[in-house]
Design a protein around this ligand. Sequence first.
Ligand SMILES: CC(=O)N[C@H](C=O)[C@@H](O)[C@H](O)[C@H](O)COP(=O)(O)O
Length: 224
Amino acid sequence: MFKLEALRSSLIVSCQAYPGEPMRDPRTMAQVAQSAVTGGAAAVRVQGLGDIQAARSAVEVPVIGLWKDGHDGVFITPTLHHALACASAGAHIVALDGTRRGRPDGLSLAQTIAGVHEQSPALVMADCGSVADAAAAAEAGADIIGTTLAGYTGEREKTSGPDLEFLHELAALDLGLPVIAEGRIHTPAQGRAALDAGAFAVVVGTAITHPATITSWFADALVP
Ligand SMILES: CC(=O)N[C@H](C=O)[C@@H](O)[C@H](O)[C@H](O)COP(=O)(O)O
């Protein structure tokens, strides 16, 4: 079993391709994950049961697994069924929607987290969108708080870079849980700033593993 403490101050790389994209293939994402580990990623975050299984076979580092179902409301590992499937596929940490919104299976966040803890060895990362979410997720038994949904639930403004103010507010709250900064970290300096704002570790996705978006940044900058 991995030690969460080993991820302190580390870089975690999210390797995701979206529905319909050419790289949406578990073998491709496993290769991306391997490349991230070669570059220094201490863990990877992957979406979908096939990608979780492929990543587990491809890399030695911890795998954060999630299952996106839909694209509105509660869609990141929305139910206990989805969470247990991620754990069965090999996720060391299951990332799930950690907001205060109603869940499609009618279970509370606390019931969902308890179900994962009772039925698997996986830890739970609660993807939150606000300080109130984070406090509720800590109360509900989450092992890790993620800032993943800041700017996506209507409770906080969508900052262009990481929501550093959110990280400062969470640090001040001192929930007693590791807070992983995730979302719109696009440069190494922003990753450093997230750690300095109190994050336990940093997840970078798009800026490392989503070539279509990275290309658009360059292409847009060249438009006269
Ligand atoms: C909001 C949502 O659906 N976030 C997803 C969560 O898994 C991913 O699409 C993001 O790429 C990931 O959070 C990493 O963030 P960024 O790609 O900004 O570095």
